[in-house]
Design a protein around this ligand. Structure first.
Ligand code: IPE
Ligand code: IPE
Ligand code: MG
Length: 245
């Protein structure tokens, strides 16, 4: 029996965010180079996207490349960028077939121009799909995103469009890359690291965090169901008492 059968449909999160970590260590264990791990990580992406779509999850955000990852050895960065863009391009047909809409968040200006064009096209070609929203965090860092939001709000204030007192949580959220998405209820990180690594710092305020030792290239639907099962056993109190919720 699959763990999937134990999940309660009404208690599934609307939005799952995943830090896909451990590709390098997975490859090293097999005596291969780091890019081999990234290539195999793509298979997990496919599997988990499919799993989320089957479950009827509304939003899946995948942390694919952080702003800090630009500082990795040049060969890895170039290889990883090529892999990401090539994969996204070749998956468009499947995304359309499965009614999945692609979004990209992050400092896309740091990507080479042809890569940006490919991503824009892929997002555009899936924009009418109404099933799962697949959000790829690429060249993303939360501090960059928050600073960007602050700068843009500052400009609106100095242009006289709003006053400082008009700034609400709602307005702030509207200036984040995730303006159109609900906050994740569940954040999963693979590879046994217990940190957030500059991912959705604002949006994860009340997310349930799930950490697993499984390395990303080994992470499959059954691992996702296990995380969801764990999530469903938790009591989300949002600051209230147990009796209140
Ligand atoms: C995650 O795997 C993928 C990216 C960060 C791009 P890593 O490449 O970080 O793998 P480890 O953590 O070194 O094993
Ligand atoms: C976080 O993983 C970024 C992604 C998964 C894309 P890292 O491997 O870069 O994070 P650290 O360096 O372990 O914190
Ligand atoms: Mg890592």
């Amino acid at each position: 029996m699959s763990l999937k059968d134990n999940l309660i449909a009404e208690k599934l999160p609307r939005h799952i965010a995943i830090i896909m970590d451990g590709n390098g260590r997975w490859a090293k264990e097999k005596g291969k180079d780091r890019l081999f791990g990234h290539y195999n990580g793509v298979e997990s992406v496919r599997n988990i996207v499919e799993g989320c779509a089957e479950l009827g999850i509304g939003y899946l955000t995948l942390y694919a490349f952080s702003t800090e990852n630009w500082d990795r050895p040049k060969d890895e960065v170039t290889g990883l960028m090529e892999l990401l863009v090539k994969t996204i391009r070749s998956e468009v047909a499947t995304l359309n077939k499965n009614n999945i809409r692609l979004h990209v968040i992050g400092n896309i200006d740091m990507l080479p121009k042809d890569a940006r064009n490919e991503l824009d096209e892929a997002c555009d070609e899936t924009k009418n799909n109404s099933g799962l929203n697949l959000i790829m965090a690429l060249s993303y860092s939360s501090r960059w995103e928050i600073l960007n939001a602050v700068k843009n709000i500052g400009r609106e204030v100095s242009d006289g469009k709003i006053t400082a007192d008009d700034i609400t949580e709602e307005i702030f959220q509207q200036h984040l890359c995730t303006a159109n998405f609900p906050d994740p209820e569940l954040m999963i990180r693979t590879s046994g690291e217990y940190r957030i690594s500059n991912f959705l710092l604002y949006q994860l305020a009340y997310a349930e965090l799930y950490f697993t030792d499984t390395l990303w290239p080994d992470f499959r639907k059954e691992n996702l169901y296990k995380a969801l099962f764990d999530y469903q056993t938790r009591e989300r109190r949002f600051g209230k008492t147990s009796e209140q919720v």
